[in-house]
Ligand binder design. Structure first.
Ligand code: FEO
Length: 401
């Protein structure tokens, strides 16, 4: 069987989705699966743009055979060597031994690391090099660290299509609708695009912005990422580019507040609930309060990328900080979180230690502004703390004004 869709008259989507996967990269929950996109250009020469994850190898090779329609495969362009895309490269070379592998110097070094096959035909490209395939002209744009060092984009100057590797990717399987204009962006795409970006590429904002400069002069009619929907209409292209621009700059999307609460027996949570209530009384809307032990940190990281004001409230634990809060803070640091207004609340029954750890984390991050004094609680919140809660709510309201 084959399940393919045309992107243009001679360019096909031949990827598929894995809905059985539980953890992407063996760490990030993907309850709605993930797609591995692959594209075939059927020109005078046939060109495959990236292979796929092993989990969808069967349908991928059937799709490839169908779209080749009896022809041989002339080129495979490797925009990204990570195994969620390149794991089937060895099998591809076995099936199509005449194929020329197109990549940059780093790509070929990685092929040698991952595989044992001998590369018989290769085309090593660098920034700006062009491959003519008949009607189509493919230009290569290096995109190091978006998300690995060997990553490159391929731009089809004929049809103005950017094959963007992981960039503009999204978690979530594709279900027939492979184009963003067939899916409600605000309802079904943006949250998982943000969670994908923040967790997978979030650390590399500087490098994403550097590649953005190269794209500024490109007229792009279609963007084909390696995960998630294809963008082919002006509105959705504009929306995803705007979101990436904010995320890569570590600028908040929403003038909103998120409260992250690491609580053992509920004393810290009560402080968070009182704060949320005080904020609501100041007409602050869309307040989010998350228990850091109850929600996977990948969702919490995405929320930190989204909101302007972040509150961190944590129990002390083992002379340090509560485990789930420590993991969240280490994820924020690892993903270069910066440029936020924050508030800290610590709790401890016999030794207050969480605040010290939180301060150490945030001292090592850029442009983090503590907008109020830290609130320290011993075991449970009391009437005497209410003035401090109200004061914190005032400072947050000022920040969001
Ligand atoms: Fe989808 Fe960086 O791999």
């Amino acid at each position: 069987m084959h399940i393919v869709r045309n992107i243009t008259e001679d360019i096909y989507f031949i990827g598929s989705s894995d809905r059985k996967i539980t953890l992407f990269e063996n760490i990030y929950p993907v309850p709605e699966g993930v797609s591995y996109n692959s594209y075939l250009i059927s020109d005078e020469k046939t060109v495959l743009l990236d292979t796929v994850d092993k989990s969808i190898a069967k349908i991928f090779f059937e799709n490839l055979k169908f779209t080749l329609a009896g022809r041989d495969l002339d080129y495979v362009v490797i925009n990204h060597m990570e195994p969620d895309h390149a794991a089937t490269l060895g099998e591809l070379v076995e099936k199509y031994p005449n194929v020329t592998i197109v990549g940059n110097a780093k790509t070929f070094a990685m092929i040698g690391q991952f595989f044992d096959f001998n590369i018989t035909k290769k085309l090593e490209v660098k920034e700006g090099d062009i491959l003519n395939t008949g009607k189509h002209e493919l230009k290569f744009i290096m995109a190091p660290m978006v998300h690995w060092p060997e990553v490159m984009f391929t731009f089809d100057t004929t049809d103005k299509i950017l094959f963007s590797a992981d960039a503009f990717g999204t978690f979530g399987a594709l279900s027939g609708n492979i184009f963003a204009d067939e899916i409600n962006f605000d309802k079904y795409i943006v949250d998982e695009a943000r969670r994908y970006y923040s967790n997978i590429v979030g650390k590399y904002g500087t490098q994403v912005l550097a590649v953005y400069k190269k794209l500024a002069n490109l007229e792009m009619d279609i963007i084909c990422p390696l995960h998630g929907p294809i963008y082919r209409d002006k509105e959705s292209i504009s929306k995803i580019l705007q979101k990436y621009s904010l995320w890569a700059s570590y600028e908040p999307e929403d003038n909103e507040v998120v409260i992250f609460c690491g609580t053992v027996y509920g004393g810290t949570e009560e402080a968070c609930q009182l704060l949320a209530n005080a904020l609501a009384n100041r007409k602050i809307t869309n307040i989010k309060l998350y228990d850091t032990s109850a929600i996977n940190p990948s969702y919490l990281l995405a929320e930190a990328f989204r909101a302007k004001v972040l509150v961190f409230a944590s129990s002390s634990y083992n002379g340090g900080i509560f485990t789930s809060m420590e993991f969240l803070l280490s994820e924020l640091k690892a993903h270069a979180m910066q440029n936020r207004d924050i508030v800290l609340i610590e709790n401890g029954s016999w030794a207050l230690s969480a605040g010290k750890v939180m301060n150490e984390f945030f001292d090592s991050m850029k442009n983090i502004r503590q907008i109020s004094d830290m609130l320290s609680i011993k075991s449970a919140i009391k009437e005497e703390h209410m003035e401090a809660i109200e004061n914190i709510a005032d400072r947050i309201a000022e920040s969001l004004a």
